[in-house]
Ligand binder design. Sequence first.
Ligand SMILES: [Zn+2]
Length: 261
Amino acid sequence: MPSFGRAWIVEKNGRWYACFECERGTQPLPATGEVVGIDRGVHVLAATSEGELIANGRLADKHRRIVTGHARALDQATVKDAQGRPTNGKDPQRVAAVQRLARAKEPEANARLDSLHKVAHRVVASADVIGLEELNLRGMTRSAKGTVAEPGRDVAAKSGLNRALLDAGFGILRRLIGEKAERAVRRVVDVGARYSSQTCGHCLHVAAESRRRRRFVCVACGFALHADVNAALEIRRRAQLALTSELYPAEDAGRRARCAA
Ligand SMILES: [Zn+2]
C-alpha cells in the first residue's frame, strides 16, 4: 500500500489531468558487472559506449505540415508592435490559436518523452554504473573545435534551434536515467567531458585532428568509430577511473600524475 502525499489537478492545453504524489520503494535490478558511458552527442542526441546512437525524435512530414499550419494561423491571428511582440495576447481568437498549436505539438512531445523513457530504461538495465557527461562544460570546446575543423556543416549542426533541441533532450534523458537509476539502485557518475571528443577510445591519444565530422579516426593508431560513440568510450573510462579512485585514493594520485604527464 503506497503512502500518498499531495494530489493536484492541472490544466494543459485545454485538457485536465489529476496528479498524485506517492512514495516508491526501490526495485534493485540484478548486477551486470558493466559500466556504460553516455555522451551528449554532437550529431545525435546521445551515444552510448555500447555503440547505441540515440536520435532526437523527428517530426513525421504529415505532422510537420499540421504544426506548420497551426503556427501560420497563430501568426495571422497575432497583432505585433514595432518590436514584434504580440499586443493582442488576451484576444480570444489568438488564445484559441495558441491552444491549437500547443495541442498539435503535444503528440510529438509525448512520443519523444516516451522514447526517452525507453532509452533510459535500457541504459539503466544494461549497467551497474552509468557515466554521464556533465552539462555545460563542453559546449564551448566543441563549438570552437567545430569552427576550425569544419567551418560549414558542423557549425550549422550545433547552432540555434537544432542544438537547443538536442540539449533539451539530453537534459531530459539525464533526469530520467537519474530517476530510474535511483529506483534500480544503480550508480550514476557525473564525468567532466573536456577533450573527451578528441581522445582516442583505443590508445588514449588526444588530438583535435582525429575528429572528422561524424567519424573519429585516431591520427596515432588509426582506430575509427562514430565520433559520438568514441566520446562515450572516454566518458566510460573516466567513470571507471572515478570509481577506482574512490576505492584506492592513494593509487589514484599516481594515476592522475601519469595522465597529466
Ligand atoms: Zn588511437
